[in-house]
Design a protein around this ligand. Sequence first.
Ligand code: 26Y
Length: 831
Amino acid sequence: KENKRMFSKRFEKAAFKTAVKENVKTLYRKTIDEATPQQLFQAVSYAVKDVIIDDWIETQKRYDETDAKTVYYMSMEFLMGRALGNNLINMTAYKDVKEALEEMNIDLNVIEDEEPDAALGNGGLGRLAACFLDSLATLNYPAYGCGIRYRYGMFKQKIENGYQVEVPDNWLKEGNPFEIRREEYAKEVRFGGNIRFEKDPVTGKDKFIQENYESVMAVPYDMPVVGYGNHVVNTLRVWDAKPITDFKLDEFDRGNYHKAVEQENLAKLIVDVLYPNDNHYSGKELRLKQQYFFISASLQALIAKYKKKHGDIRKLYEKVVIQMNDTHPTVAVPELMRLLIDVEGLSWDEAWEVTSKTCAYTNHTIMAEALEKWPIDLFSKLLPRIYQIVQEIDRRFVIQVRETYPGNEEKVRKMAILMDGQVRMANMAIIAGFSVNGVAKLHTEILEKQELKDFYQMMPEKFNNKTNGITQRRFLAHGNPLLADWITSKIGDGWITDLSQISKLKPLVEDEEARREFMEIKYQNKVRLAKYIKEHNGIDVDPRSIFDIQVKRLHEYKRQLLNILHIMYLYNQIKEHPEMSFYPRTFIFGAKAAAGYLRAKETIKLINSVADVVNNDRSINGKLKVVFIEDYRVSNAEILFAAADVSEQISTASKEASGTGNMKFMLNGAPTLGTMDGANVEIVQEVGEENAFIFGLSSQEVINYENNGGYNPVDIYFNDWEIKRVVDQLMDGTYSNGDHNMYINLYNSLLNTQCTDRADTYFILKDFRSYADAQKRVEEAYRDQQKWSKMAMLNTACSGKFTSDRTIEEYVRDIWHLEKVEVPSGQDLFD
Ligand code: 26Y
């Protein structure tokens, strides 16, 4: 049945080929042979979209008929990557389309490479949202992703002279064939002005009238989210902004040219660009505007949709649940209150019941600098009515705290929403939401026992863990077709929608032939990556060397600096002992640094400089290579995960909430070299400590040091001359053509207490020896290819837990309480 599905009438090969030809003709007045690759991408995508549309319509009709409860996943970020290949995989049409195109002399891979990544996100949190949408659709759950249609997504990274240069990501330049503009669902969103209070003469109710405000129209664009082989097509709804046209301006403002221009600028600015900060908050007014903009529009739309079918808005929570992806969308709480009270006419208590039964909050970090705390004057000026509501939520909550802990004002200080001139968004989310979850076991424990312990003590029933996951459809079926086919040949294709079945590979670990095949596929994937590196970096790497990969955002807590310092140390050793046995290694990095993050950018320069020196040193016989992959993003990530031998997950313990790259490496057969942090803990639990390389301080040890003012890295520096030498090489010109200042910020971050509140905040020198030992163990293990192949295969075989399908089923069971909706295919209707 699954196979037949694709050949619903218009997806027969012949019909599909005709559609592509027709599209090239009507879009470009060209024949296939004349069309550019980009034009072919567009033509193919429109042909694919045409098929998706029928299922999309059918799905939404079924949701309407069954009146199913829907989750609205609110997120400032959706890091979707490319759509074409993924859609074809999920339509189970990839191979057929590839074949059809081949018959027209078109290479699907080349066409896929024409699509820009939809990079509406920074890193982990945004990609998690994308994986969740994939799983929700695949598991037949009614869901919307709600976000912003940024004109410019995550910047493109160029490396010039070893430095990162940010280039605007004009991803919509050629048009997005998969989106649909839905003008008819536009909503107005208002900012600023003042609130006038009035008693309604008829009802006697309080009325709050916003005056002298600026406003924009929010216009939704819908993008299809195709489930795997089940005809479900959910919607990612991202909002664009346009100015309120003249005639819609307030009576008062009609003919106010100045205001019209202002509102036009506001509309342009508001959706202009994604904030490229990851785990670092900077209280920019425009960001709060973005948040309120998409939240207000999404809530208005959801309420309108609900009211079309249901009379009583007091029962909203029976049909709608709102998941807030970190603090970024938490203005949803007071905005929902506003809409329920001011527009729908509910009382405070009624509105509070609805809001607190509808909203749930996910925390993704314990890093203090990532928490959003808005200055009250900024917040109240931009959102005057919302601020009043926040004050009232806070007032009532503080009363509750005082009742629970009489005389304990410390509790109020820690838990109130409004404190020290700030609006603390996390506190509001926890107070209002009915669920608060962390994203890995360890992370949730740290939230409960440390970061949020006061809230946990007062309302333990809200807290729960949902360990993150990833979609095997993109990161194995699409990203690693060789391994995917091999797995299917061994255990069938059930793993595509039920990853727990991948454990059926376990017995094959003892089968020498199977191991040989597995390693041969890894080798082929390394050849593919080596080719990519040759094309993009001009560097020759040997696919027989160990491919050791660290790809993720650049952040001090993720400790790319530890990795590169260790490479410098290895290089010193090889130079000093040329006869020493050393298994050839290729260290690969990929990382974007936030544009204003000095130490992160210096680290990128350092990696590139070390690469220059090491790669061009003929005396080491190519034993060591260092590669920095430019513009790390979802599309090249797929190639990197497939080719990895070693997965670097070396964050300072307690700092990485979960990590999800770690899971993608594991799925593709790369053992973890990492600390006991985030989901690494659970990865080790699944695969066994003997099949990973664990090192470093535990999270508890880190926390203990932190509570006692840190440790003294200078002791290590002076007592371990090899470490000292490496640190000194930051300053002595070895990697800077004699420039002694190039890495001074990195040097100071390690040793100098004047430059950071604590020297070596992230315990790099403290963990250095332990890391070097673990790296030694990696080398020894790799030398024994029989042993290594078992380890690698076991990682794939034990990765079943880390599918986002499992994560979503847990959200559904514990938080969302959705029901599956079956969608018949167009084909089935004709049968
Ligand atoms: C406030 C602001 C500028 C901000 C913007 C982006 C703050 C945080 C972020 C992004 C955070 C993020 O990506 N967190 C990651 O979430 C992943 C999914 O849960 C985790 O796996 C990962 O450990 C965590 O760092």
